[in-house]
Design a protein around this ligand. Structure first.
Ligand code: SF4
Length: 771
């Protein structure tokens, strides 16, 4: 059943521009040849090219080897921003001086809301504590015609799925889990604010054409297995780097059995394997979801396109489409998995988990089970968890661990409230948190007795589990699982409990496999009208609110252009050992409040990074042997006019689209990051901020470099001036006086060279807007 749409709901502005996309697809087929079969990902991406000929026929690819080679210049249909990253995106957009955004955009206030004592207390306190930031975002949204979803409305990815994602759409989101929208057939890519600004000002957004990894699904899920287990097991196969440079495209008969929100969960966590994005073809599960979310008109149009013969079918892969790699998963035999700790790709089937816990000496009890978040808060997820809670409650049992529930949106929350699901959770002792990120992004004040540094476990249905992410304690082991498993295991409070086979310890109670409902029988409730968005109409008379004395918001000062010479005398600020995520480079948690104030948030730069020489965290050494925190040394060097570089290992910047991880080093005087490899989004973010990412030709050269060594570049200026042609060599001068040449690689495109030369991408855009 479908309920009435909320006031002001306009399906027309939420419908992808299908006629235009079909024309573009036709143009693309004309260029590539009618006999060329395309994957779904290629169809949607290439039909968003600004100028298909320029992207597909230039350079060496000549219409043949596009994937992994061509630089696609794309015109996305829409932009979504969460409150933490929107601040910097908007500050950057404002400096371009335009009256409105070029494409529809939305802002979602979700990251800055704590989860502690329940929504009724946490939400008002969070609004009070972040008032000036929310006021800034709302005023900027009103001025520039951006839909503003206030605190309490929900988590960006859930709101996008309910309102904006649609088959064939292409959108950018300033959050790494933006691919969640691929569950509804969109190409949705997580980017930094500077990339979002490209789309907001109508500049083409550049992406190296991804390869396409096909995941063929067969069979059908049943019992305890859930969509989350598809991606948890895939993460184990691919590892955190396995999806880098790929779009993951799901296909096969198993797709037809999945709910739309289940597909979104799978796409959401494609971010954990480094994929550019993930998506599903237009599927039976999309139609009831679009109808239930008041977008039946989109379902009709998409259905017609998906049923049309060969060349005009934008929403399914062509017969014979070739994937660069194919992985097959049989849903009928898929077992629930638990991933972690500390990395989302450490995947263990449930039947082996007890043994794995014992072998590794991981805690056998856990303090909290947390379900929901942007990954797993659908009606289906929550009603399956509810079924388990009801089973346990009727046996007189209560959860042994703390139990927290985060609804992903007001629509889901209000519907679950109406249908008594939340009451079931609360009656069992669960705490329903605000419709916001809360504990998933470190906005969680734990009330149990765990001390900092004390090893302990939590179980969550979230997507990410880097050290310290949830509670600031690097020793907390976050194990990722489906909401069903988290719920059932919370009743045992034990990591060695297997709800598929074991009785709850000390009882003769055994759970039956969970049952739920994909969508609410009575349709979705709208909920609190205060949580509806402001209309996306620009109003030039609105004044954007930034207090010049604010410690939370600061107008951006442009970075200086690249000098007319090579870089010389750069000092190695820090040599990082091991994993270096965007959390490591720019921590979240309490630092989220400074997202709009670059000088203040720069105080957390690299504070999670491990010193390769000493094994210490956030301990840097100056040339005289004195030690201090990394930000302190960077500031000292900046004040002395001494520019620097960081040396690192593999997948530098993995984890998120957080552009502060690029902005902060640049602001503090960082010029180069020299790593064994980079995470895609972060590498792009560095270039946009004028920092040059280089990788070692010979990885063993990492060992030759130490902190405070001096580096000068050779060939960098020519490379930049020639639009990326040429190579860059580094001349290393050790403190002993010894010298060595280090060969490097770069991935600078012509446009990205322009960013570095101008000082940043924003400098270039601002120049273009002024012309
Ligand atoms: Fe929020 Fe966590 Fe989802 Fe990120 S992953 S959007 S922090 S709920």
């Amino acid at each position: 059943q479908t309920s009435s749409p909320p006031p002001g709901f306009d399906v027309a502005i939420r419908t992808p521009p299908y006629p235009k996309l079909l024309r573009k697809l036709n143009e693309v087929r004309g260029i590539l040849g009618a006999d060329r079969s395309l994957t779904l990902a290629e169809k949607i991406l290439y039909s968003h090219l600004d100028n298909p000929e320029e992207s597909l026929l230039t350079g060496t690819n000549n219409g043949k080897d596009i994937r992994g080679a061509a630089n696609l210049k794309l015109k996305p249909d829409r932009v979504a921003m969460q409150d933490a990253s929107a601040q910097m995106a908007l500050l950057q957009f404002m400096s371009c001086g335009l009256p409105t955004t070029a494409v529809p955009a939305s802002i979602h206030c979700d990251h800055m809301i704590v989860g502690e004592r329940g929504a009724d207390v946490d939400l008002p306190e969070s609004i009070k504590g972040n008032k000036e930031v929310f006021d800034f975002l709302e005023s900027a949204a009103k001025k520039y015609g951006i839909e503003f979803w206030p605190p309490g409305a929900g988590i960006i990815h859930q709101t996008v799925l309910e309102n904006y994602s649609a088959p064939g759409l292409m959108m950018l989101g300033t959050d790494s889990h933006t691919p969640n929208a691929g569950g509804l057939g969109a190409i949705a890519i997580g980017v930094g604010g500077a990339d979002a600004v490209d789309a907001l000002v109508d500049a083409p957004w550049e992406l190296k054409a991804p390869k396409v990894l096909g995941v063929k699904l067969t069979g059908q899920l049943s019992g305890w297995a859930s969509p989350k287990d598809v991606i948890l097991s895939l993460a184990g196969k691919l590892t955190v780097r396995g999806g880098t440079g790929f779009i993951i495209e799901y296909f096969g008969p198993g797709v037809e059995s999945l709910s739309c929100t289940g597909m979104a969960t799978i796409c959401n966590m494609g971010a954990e394997v480094g994929a550019t994005t993930s998506l599903f073809p237009f599927s039976p599960g999309h139609i009831p979801y679009l109808n239930a979310t008041h977008r039946g008109a989109i379902a009709v149009q998409a259905g017609t396109i998906a049923a049309s013969p060969g060349p005009r079918n934008l929403l399914r892969a062509d017969q014979g489409a070739q994937y660069d790699q194919v992985i097959e998963i049989d849903l009928s035999t898929l077992e629930p998995h638990i991933n972690g700790p500390f990395t989302p790709d450490l995947s263990t089937p449930l039947s082996k988990f007890k043994e794995t816990v014992e072998t590794n000496g991981w805690p056998t009890t856990f303090g909290a089970g947390l379900i929901g978040s942007c990954t797993n808060s659908s009606y289906q997820d929550m009603t399956r968890a509810e079924d388990l809670v009801k089973q346990a409650s009727s046996a007189g049992l209560s959860p042994k661990s703390d139990f927290f529930i985060t609804p992903g949106s007001e629509q889901v929350r209000a519907t679950l409230e109406r249908d008594n699901t939340l009451d079931t959770f609360s009656s069992a002792g669960g705490v329903v948190l605000a419709n916001a990120c809360g504990p998933c992004i470190g906005q969680w004040k734990r009330t149990d007795e765990v001390k900092k540094g004390e090893a302990n476990a939590i179980l969550t249905s979230y997507n990410r589990n880097f050290p310290a992410r949830n509670d600031g304690n690097r020793a907390t082991m976050n194990f990722l699982a489906s909401p069903e498993l988290v719920t059932a295991m919370s009743y045992a409070g034990s990591t060695t409990f297997n709800p598929m086979t074991d009785n709850i310890p000390g009882t003769d109670f055994k759970f039956q496999p969970p049952k739920g409902q994909d969508l609410p029988t009575a349709g979705f409730a709208t909920g609190n009208p205060d949580f509806l968005p402001t209309p996306g109409k620009p109003d030039a008379s609105v004044e954007v609110q930034i207090d010049p004395k604010s410690t939370r918001l600061a107008v951006l000062e442009p970075f200086a252009p690249f000098p007319n010479n090579e870089l010389s005398g750069l000092s190695v600020l820090y040599k990082v050992k091991g994993q270096c995520t965007t959390d490591t480079i720019s921590a979240a948690g309490p630092w989220l409040k400074y997202k709009g104030h670059l000088p203040n948030i720069a105080e957390n730069t690299l504070i999670g990074a491990v010193n390769a020489a000493t094994g210490e965290t956030n301990t840097a050494y100056d040339a005289d042997g004195s030690s201090c925190g990394i930000p302190e040394l960077a500031k000292r060097w900046k004040a002395a006019g001494r520019e620097w570089l960081v040396v690192a290992e593999h997948n530098y910047g993995e984890g998120s689209a957080r552009e502060h991880a690029a902005l902060q080093p640049r602001y503090l005087g960082g010029r180069i990051i020299l790593a064994k490899s980079f995470a895609r989004i972060h590498e792009t973010n560095l270039k946009k901020q004028g920092v040059v990412p280089l990788t070692f030709v010979n990885e063993a050269d990492y060992d030759a470099i130490d902190a405070c060594d001096e580096i000068s570049t050779h060939g960098l200026l020519d490379t930049l001036r020639s639009g990326g042609q040429g190579s860059v060599t580094l001349r290393l001068k050790k403190r002993s006086g010894e010298e060595k040449t280090i060969e490097t690689r770069h991935t600078l495109s012509k446009d990205q060279c322009g960013f570095v030369l101008a000082g940043s991408a924003l400098n270039l855009l601002a120049m273009a807007a002024r012309e």
